[in-house]
Ligand binder design. Structure first.
Ligand code: GDP
Length: 625
């Protein structure tokens, strides 16, 4: 984000509207914000507009999700409208509430064909609980398959299901074609600009409350970093006025400490604008408050009154991150030690509020818990891009115990709302999978050769499902899931059955060996790749691990059979993504993550030691029974 020049204009609560934008991935949130920015003159004609202005993080672009909430603003009818982007995924649990605490209204963007999706539902439920005023935008009305009237009904049903109050249910509806930048009161009214949407925001969303004359008070909702100025804290001023250089008190729980505000910025268009002061209602970025964290209240030193801390949802999934002790450790990464891991995780904890890190008996391993697979795999992915190496264990869901009214203890587990959309021919297979994974059907309808299935399913049941699903639907299946809540444990779910193909010694895989071992399973690597003893090189066809020598070379006497022919016959390896690798591994296995590679391995690399350990487990188990 670039930084603009100081401005003299003073803005009070009545000059402001603060609104969050909520949508399922790809329903058009970014395109809509671009249109709003353009038509309110935020882009100068010579300014190059990147197609999707809001998602700037590489990873966000790749995965099409918004991870970090961003702020933008537009000017319309003498008002300043701050638009806050919301993370759409429950895996960023804590963040949604924090972001929504800065606004008074929400733009709910829904695709005119797809209708409400799990993400829409999740974030909308938070917005309604915070009593925000919604404006519903039915986007992509230009789609040939658009069915705006039905989608409006579905949105209304969703509001009712989520317990919206009467005022919220009375939401205005705007139809839009965000790509052309047009908004409409009726789908076919022929309007040619975005104004109806702007008017709806101004008329529906109230001005922020708060007395600009009172003592300063603001909760920190977000953190940002800037390579020049360091940590930046972001929040909405609840009361009073903040000025450059002002002394403040930072309140955390019942502790307080003095601090001094450095520079002060508001958001103008896509930029941060330095200002001398800002008052109640405005969303600001403050520099210089080095050790303030999310949820802290920054106050006037004379009135150190903390606002209620922002609630953060409990983690539902954990993994162990450990120092990479594979024979290839240090080949590709820069940061390898337990000290590196610990410092990086500590840094993450400052802004990633739904994350937990616990020490273990070993100084080289940390249990990292978060809001789901996506939450943790994004952290891992960011770390490997920054140069870290580590070993990661199989994800485990976090169970809870509850004592019922009869005094009986109940085991609870995290459940997910799952939506699946598949071509009809895969319906049977999908229902069978979901059944064994203890899914519970809540809704199903067919439309145009495809079927949409809504289920509530244990988070456990989803581990390992996605890669299967994408394979058997040949990429034509879509699935989304989002945290639903904790529910009673639903009983056992079969685990992965197949064993691993394990390299038997260090070496380099050869085409000769791979082609002769093809009947043992599917390989994850191809000829020429280095392996070490205990590294997993494929998935076995049978249900036990198989140790094999993938580095075997052809004897010199066999020169007559041509190598070229073997290369041609070799089945291409199955390359696992980080998520697929995490889903594949068993308890006694790890994913080795480095900036360049994702390898799978046995925890115990030596095959003799491994056999002994297996034997002990076996004896132990039979003792118990
Ligand atoms: P986001 O993930 O919600 O930010 O969605 P984007 O704004 O990135 O839009 C996703 C895709 O939908 C892009 O390919 C857009 O060009 C397209 N899109 C957005 N709005 C419209 C629209 O009104 N009509 C049509 N036909 N496509 C749209």
């Amino acid at each position: 984000m670039s930084i603009g020049t100081p401005s003299e204009t003073k803005i009070g609560p009545s000059d402001l509207r603060n609104v969050a934008i909520i949508a399922h991935v790809d329903h058009g949130k970014t395109t809509l914000v671009d249109a709003l920015l353009r038509q309110t003159g935020t882009f100068r004609t010579n300014e190059r507009v990147v197609e999707r202005v809001m998602d700037s993080n590489d990873l966000e672009r790749e995965r099409g999700i918004t991870i970090l909430a961003k702020n933008t603003s537009i000017r319309y009818r003498d008002l300043k409208i701050n638009i806050v982007d919301t993370p759409g995924h429950a895996d960023f649990g804590g963040e949604v509430e924090r972001i929504l605490s800065m606004v008074d209204g929400a733009l709910l963007v829904v695709d005119a064909f797809e209708g409400p999706m799990p993400q829409t539902r999740f974030v909308l439920s938070k917005a309604l609980a915070q009593k925000l005023k919604p404006v519903v935008v039915i986007n992509k009305i230009d789609r040939p398959d658009a069915r705006p009237a039905e989608v409006v009904d579905e949105v209304l049903d969703l509001f009712i299901a989520l317990g919206a109050d009467e005022e919220q249910i009375d939401f205005p509806i705007i139809y839009s074609d965000a790509r052309r930048g047009t908004a409409h009161l009726a789908p076919d009214d022929g309007n040619e600009d975005i104004k109806p949407l702007l008017d709806a925001i101004v008329e529906t969303v109230p001005s922020p409350s708060g007395d600009p004359g009172g003592p300063f008070q603001m909760v920190i909702s977000n953190l940002d970093y800037d390579e020049y100025v360091g940590r930046i804290i972001i929040g909405r001023i609840a009361r009073g006025t903040v000025r450059t250089g002002m002394n403040v008190t930072i309140c955390r729980e019942d502790k307080t400490r003095p601090a001094k505000v450095g520079k002060l910025y508001t958001f103008e268009g896509l930029k941060r604008l330095e200002v001398p002061e800002a008052s109640a209602g405005e969303i600001v970025a403050l520099m210089g408050l080095l050790d303030a964290g999310i949820g802290d209240t920054v106050t006037d030193p004379e009135h150190p009154e903390a606002l209620p801390p922002i609630t953060v949802e409990e983690p539902t999934l954990s993994m162990t991150f450990r120092v990479n002790d594979s024979p290839f450790a240090g080949r590709e990464g820069t940061y390898l030690t337990s000290r590196h891991l610990r410092d990086r995780l500590d840094r993450e904890l400052e802004s990633n509020v739904a994350l937990r890190v616990e020490e273990t008996d070993s100084p080289d391993a940390f249990v990292v818990s978060g809001r789901g697979e996506l939450h943790l795999s994004i952290l891992i992915e960011n770390m490997r891009r920054e140069g870290y190496e580590m070993g990661v264990s199989k994800p485990k869901v976090i169970f809870k115990q509850e004592t019922g009214p009869d005094g009986r203890k109940k085991l609870l587990e995290p459940l997910e709302d799952l939506v699946i959309d598949v071509p009809e021919e895969y319906l049977g297979r999908t229902m069978e999978h979901l059944g064994t994974r203890r899914g519970e059907l809540t809704n199903m309808h067919a439309r145009g050769g495809r079927v949409r299935i809504d289920e509530i399913i244990p988070a456990r049941g989803l581990i390992g499902f996605r890669s299967d699903f994408l394979t058997y639907t040949k990429g034509y299946g879509l699935m989304y899931h989002i945290f639903h809540g904790y529910g009673e444990h639903r009983g056992s779910i079969p685990e992965r059955r197949s064993g691993s193909l394990v390299a038997w010694e260090r070496g380099t895989a050869t085409a000769y060996a791979l082609s002769h071992l093809e009947d043992r399973g599917i390989f994850f690597l191809g000829p020429g790749e280095d392996v070490y003893e205990g590294m997993i090189v494929g998935e076995a066809t049978r249900d036990k691990d198989i140790d094999l020598n993938v580095g075997k070379k052809k004897h010199a006497t066999n020169v007559r059979s041509s190598t070229g022919e073997e290369l041609v016959r070799l089945t291409p390896p199955r390359r696992l993504s980080l998520e697929q690798a995490l889903e594949f591994i068993n308890e006694d296995e790890l994913v080795e993550v480095t900036p360049k590679a994702i390898r799978l391995r046995k925890k115990i690399l030596n095959r003799h030691t491994r056999r002994e350990a297996r034997h002990e487990v076996y004896v132990g188990e039979s003792d118990e029974s």
